[in-house]
Design a protein around this ligand. Sequence first.
Ligand code: GDP
Length: 312
Amino acid sequence: MTRIYIAGHRGMVGSALVRVAKQRGYSEILTRTHQELDLLNSQEVDKFFAVEKPDWVFLAAAKVGGIYANDTYRADFLLENLKIQINVIESAYKHNASKLLFLGSSCIYPKNAPQPIKETDLLTSELESTNEPYAIAKIAGIKLCGAFNSQYGTNYISVMPSNLYGIGDNYHPENGHVLPMLLRRFHEAKLNNDQTVTVWGTGKPKREFLFADDMAEACFYLMENYQAADIGELINIGTGEEISIRDLAYLIKKVVGYEGEIVFDTTKKDGTMLKKMDVSRLEKLGWKYKLTLEEGIRETYNDFINNPDVRL
Ligand code: GDP
């Protein structure tokens, strides 16, 4: 039986990976909380790999945050993400893990990458400055996986997801991403019988959303069926479908059952207008998402209502 280590299992993606691993019949799933294993400590990480000897490693642990945190704690974001990656990837190599999956983010692509964004757009021009330290760390991780593959013949795969949402999302009232923040705002407005709900910006920007469990399915699909050499340096994971923030707001309003009006606060920033990834490489490998956005939002809303732990 394949022994699987999922680093970062308490996060939205890591917990989706654990659920999907169980659904697919894997029984040897290794997880460690931050307290049990500090991924910033190379000796601890090395010892963990020496003792547990996982076959497959999913590296979903990272220091993450919204635009404010990324821009403020620039040194911490660069340093901690580099350390986590170096420690886990080096130990996986030293202790003979047969495969590793490294999770990146669409922010590794240049600020002005042509739409939809292709894997080959990596490092073709400047990054967005607010999250540059995080992006640089993730790019270093992709390059480290690629360098191990070419020098040592390892089998390390790097995946770049679009905007993720789902079970165990971050509902922080200021730091969250648009989908969980609006879910929470519409829910609270419904409970308080508020007449209006405010959505930031013009509603015109478009984004691509992927349910975290679908993302986890894609990761297992790639690990089970492909080698790093079939995939290339990195691969985008998304739906290939985008929606405007306005339409997203109306969809969330419907799922929540809120009956008031939506107001757009155009004093707030829109951010980048388009951020769609080209997922043709993934589709050629035979994978497509399962849940529609509406189904995914319903599942996420159920989790929000039924699981008070997810609410800060
Ligand atoms: P981005 O994809 O990195 O820009 O991440 P966000 O999820 O933070 O924002 C996506 C878009 O949703 C932007 O155009 C925001 O202006 C818009 N938006 C609308 N309402 C909200 C909100 O309540 N919170 C956030 N974070 N974004 C919102």
